[in-house]
Design a protein around this ligand. Structure first.
Ligand SMILES: NC(=O)c1ccc[n+]([C@@H]2O[C@H](COP(=O)([O-])OP(=O)(O)OC[C@H]3O[C@@H](n4cnc5c(N)ncnc54)[C@H](O)[C@@H]3O)[C@@H](O)[C@H]2O)c1
Ligand SMILES: O=P(O)(O)OC[C@H](O)CO
Length: 350
C-alpha cells in the first residue's frame, strides 16, 4: 500500500473546465500545480482574476495553483528534476477531447498520467483507457481517477472519496500519495474496465432519473430506476470484463447515487429539462457544460446491441435523446416489460 504522507509534487492539469479547476484547487494545498486550458484568452482572464469565473465561479485559487497558457510548460512541469521525483499529469477534458489531447502528448516523456473523464467515445464506443492505448500505447503508467465528486464540493474542500484505477501499481501509489489526504480519500483498484464503465453509464442513468423526477413519478420510482440502473451498469460492465464487486463500490453504486439524486449533476439536469419538454439543444445550451450522458447514451445503445446486453433504461434514454420518443411513452414501455429474476447472478448476466 502506498505511503500516504504527502510528498510535494509538481502537477500539470490539462483542461480548465469545472472539474479540472476543482481538482487543481484541491491538490494545490499540498503541491505545485499548473492549470492549462486551450483557450488562451480565458486563461489570461483566469490568471488575473485568480478564479475560473466561467466554469467554476466563486472558488478563489490558492497560492499553489498557477495558471499556464503554454501546453509544453504544463507538461514539462511534471518532469523529474535533480531535486525531486516525477510529478503527475492530469487530463481533465471531456471524453470527446481525450484523443486530441493525448495526440498532443505523442513523442514526449510522460511520467505518470491520469484522466478524469467519464464516458465512451461517441464514434468508436471506446473507453478512455482504450483511447489511451490507441494513441500512446501500453508502456506508460496511466489510469482513471473516478468516483462520486461534484466539482463545486471538491473546490470547497468538502469530504470526498475517489478511486484510482490502473494496472500499474506504481501509478496507483503515485496518485494515492499525491491526492489522498485532508478531506480527500483515494482508494485503489486494478479494475480499469469496471471503474470506467461505472463512471460512464451512471451519466445515462442520471438523465433517466432526471426525467422520472421531472415527470413527478415519485421517490419509489426513483429508487427503482437507480437500482435497475445499477443492474444495467453491472451487466454491461461484466460483459466488457469488469469485476462485479467494482459496481458496488465508489465508482459504481456511489457515483450512480450521487449523480442520479444530486441537483448539481448536469446529466440529471438534462433529464429534468427533457421532462419539461425542452429540446436537447436548448438544454445543452443553457447548461454551458458538458453532459457526458448524452453522447454516452448513443455509444451505450450501440455497444449493448452489438454485445447482446439487455439495457432497457439506457435504450429509453437514447430514444428520447435521439429518436424523438416522448419521455412518458418510454416510462410506459419500461413498466410494461415482463417480470425478471432479481438475483445477483441474473444481475451480472446478459
Ligand atoms: N464537473 C464535475 O463535477 C465532474 C466530476 C467528475 C468527473 N467529471 C468529468 O470530467 C470531465 C470534464 O468535465 P468538466 O466538468 O470539467 O466539463 P466542463 O464542461 O466544465 O469543461 C470542459 C473543459 O474541457 C475543455 N476541453 C474540451 N476539449 C478539450 C481538449 N481537446 N483539450 C483540452 N481541453 C479540452 C473545455 O475547453 C472546457 O474547459 C467529464 O468527462 C466529466 O464527466 C466532471
Ligand atoms: O455533473 P455531472 O452529471 O457530469 O456529474 C459530475 C460527476 O461525474 C459526479 O461524480
Amino acid at each position: 500500500m502506498a505511503e500516504t504522507t504527502t510528498t510535494r509534487r509538481r502537477i500539470g492539469v490539462l483542461g480548465a473546465g469545472a472539474w479540472g479547476t476543482a481538482v487543481a484547487i484541491a491538490v494545490a494545498a499540498r503541491h505545485d500545480v499548473l492549470l492549462w486550458g486551450r483557450n488562451t484568452a480565458a486563461m489570461d482572464e483566469m490568471a488575473a482574476a485568480r478564479e475560473n469565473t466561467h466554469y467554476l465561479p466563486g472558488y478563489p485559487f490558492p497560492d499553489g495553483l498557477q495558471v499556464c497558457t503554454g501546453f509544453d510548460g504544463a507538461v514539462e512541469h511534471t518532469y523529474a528534476d535533480g531535486e525531486g521525483e516525477a510529478g503527475l499529469l492530469i487530463a481533465a477534458c471531456p471524453v470527446a477531447g481525450l484523443r486530441p489531447l493525448l495526440e498532443s502528448l505523442k513523442g514526449r516523456p510522460i511520467p505518470n498520467l491520469v484522466w478524469l473523464c467519464k464516458g465512451f467515445e461517441y464514434d468508436t464506443g471506446l473507453l478512455p483507457h482504450q483511447i489511451f492505448q490507441e494513441v500512446l500505447g501500453t508502456s506508460i503508467a496511466c489510469g482513471a481517477l473516478s468516483g462520486p465528486s461534484f466539482a463545486q464540493e471538491v473546490a470547497r474542500g468538502l469530504p470526498c472519496a475517489l478511486t484510482i484505477a490502473s494496472t500499474s501499481a506504481s501509478l496507483r501509489d503515485c496518485v494515492v500519495s499525491t491526492v489522498h489526504g485532508g478531506n480527500m480519500r483515494v482508494y485503489s483498484s486494478d479494475d480499469v474496465v469496471g471503474v470506467e464503465v461505472g463512471g460512464a453509464v451512471k451519466n445515462v442513468m442520471a438523465i433517466a432519473t432526471g426525467v422520472a423526477d421531472g415527470l413527478g413519478l415519485g421517490l419509489n420510482a426513483r429508487a427503482a430506476l437507480i437500482t435497475r440502473g445499477l443492474a444495467e451498469v453491472t451487466r454491461l460492465g461484466t460483459t466488457l470484463g469488469g469485476n462485479v464487486e467494482t459496481f458496488m463500490g465508489l465508482t459504481g453504486m456511489g457515483d450512480l447515487i450521487l449523480t442520479c439524486t444530486g441537483d448539481l449533476s448536469r446529466n440529471r439536469r438534462v433529464g429534468l429539462g427533457l421532462a419539461q419538454g425542452k429540446a436537447l439543444d436548448t438544454i445543452v445550451g443553457e447548461l454551458g457544460h458538458v453532459a457526458e450522458g448524452v453522447p454516452c447514451a448513443k455509444a451505450v445503445r450501440e455497444l449493448a446491441a452489438r454485445l447482446g446486453v439487455e439495457m432497457p433504461i439506457s435504450n429509453a434514454v437514447a430514444a428520447v435523446l435521439f429518436d424523438g420518443a416522448q419521455p412518458q411513452a418510454m416510462v410506459a414501455r419500461i413498466l410494461a416489460r415482463d417480470p425478471r429474476d432479481e438475483s445477483m447472478s441474473a444481475m451480472a448476466a446478459k
